[in-house]
Design a protein around this ligand. Structure first.
Ligand SMILES: [Zn+2]
Ligand SMILES: [Zn+2]
Length: 212
């Protein structure tokens, strides 16, 4: 069975998630933006074996710790979609701009495309490309537990910013309505920041995408 545990990291309180299969307790970490010692302490506490880093997109608060964590533990970095190459290249500048510890740039071991899958232990998650907040943003859908890890695409009561370079508001709305909503109203999503919600609740009450 698939399990997850979310750890808010960095000054931006970014929801880094550990996801693991309870067969061999093998884990992947989604969006290790920083505070690596806190993430490592949780891995130890939960008795997990960290096998991979999965990235939704390459903003500093999500990807800032990925290069260092990969180097220290010899882990593959999987994702995001190649549209975020320029954000990865810009990680050192992003860290300066936002007052983060210096972030390493890196080359993902594997880029992700819409329709791909990622696996941990016996568990498989589905990848959807959801551009708009960044051009290479992906989400990780775990239908077996009715969950989706959506990064900065959608929040409880809000949506991702689109005022960054290559952000696109209409593309973001299309990603939410055409790629997230079909996962079903009952699907609970873990956003990049703030509390969980369900697609059904957002479809009803989110001021940006309610009624869609
Ligand atoms: Zn972001
Ligand atoms: Zn974020």
């Amino acid at each position: 069975m698939l399990h997850y545990h979310t750890i808010p990291v960095t000054a931006f309180q970014q929801n880094c998630s550990l996801v693991w299969c309870d067969q061999q307790m093998e884990a992947a970490v989604i969006d290790p933006g920083g505070d690596l010692e806190r993430i490592e302490a949780e891995i130890e506490r939960l008795g997990l074996q960290l096998k991979a880093i999965w990235l939704t997109h390459a903003h500093i608060d999500h990807a800032g710790g990925a290069g260092e964590l990969a180097e220290q533990h010899g882990l593959p970095i999987i994702g995001p979609h190649p549209g975020d190459q320029f954000w990865i290249d810009g990680l050192p500048q992003q860290s300066q701009m936002f007052g983060f510890p210096p972030a390493l740039s890196f080359t993902p071991t594997r880029w992700l495309q819409d329709g791909d899958t990622v696996s941990i232990g016996q568990e498989t998650l589905q990848v959807r490309h959801c551009p708009g907040h960044t051009p290479g943003h992906v989400v990780f859908h775990a239908p077996q537990i009715t969950r989706c890890f959506v990064g900065d695409v959608l929040f409880a009561g809000s949506i991702g910013r689109t005022d960054f370079p290559q952000g696109n508001h209409q593309q973001l709305i299309d990603s939410i309505t055409q790629r997230l909503w079909p996962m079903g109203d009952a699907t609970v999503f873990i956003p990049g920041h703030g509390p969980e919600s369900s697609f059904g609740r957002e479809r009803q009450s989110n001021p940006y995408v309610g009624g869609t």
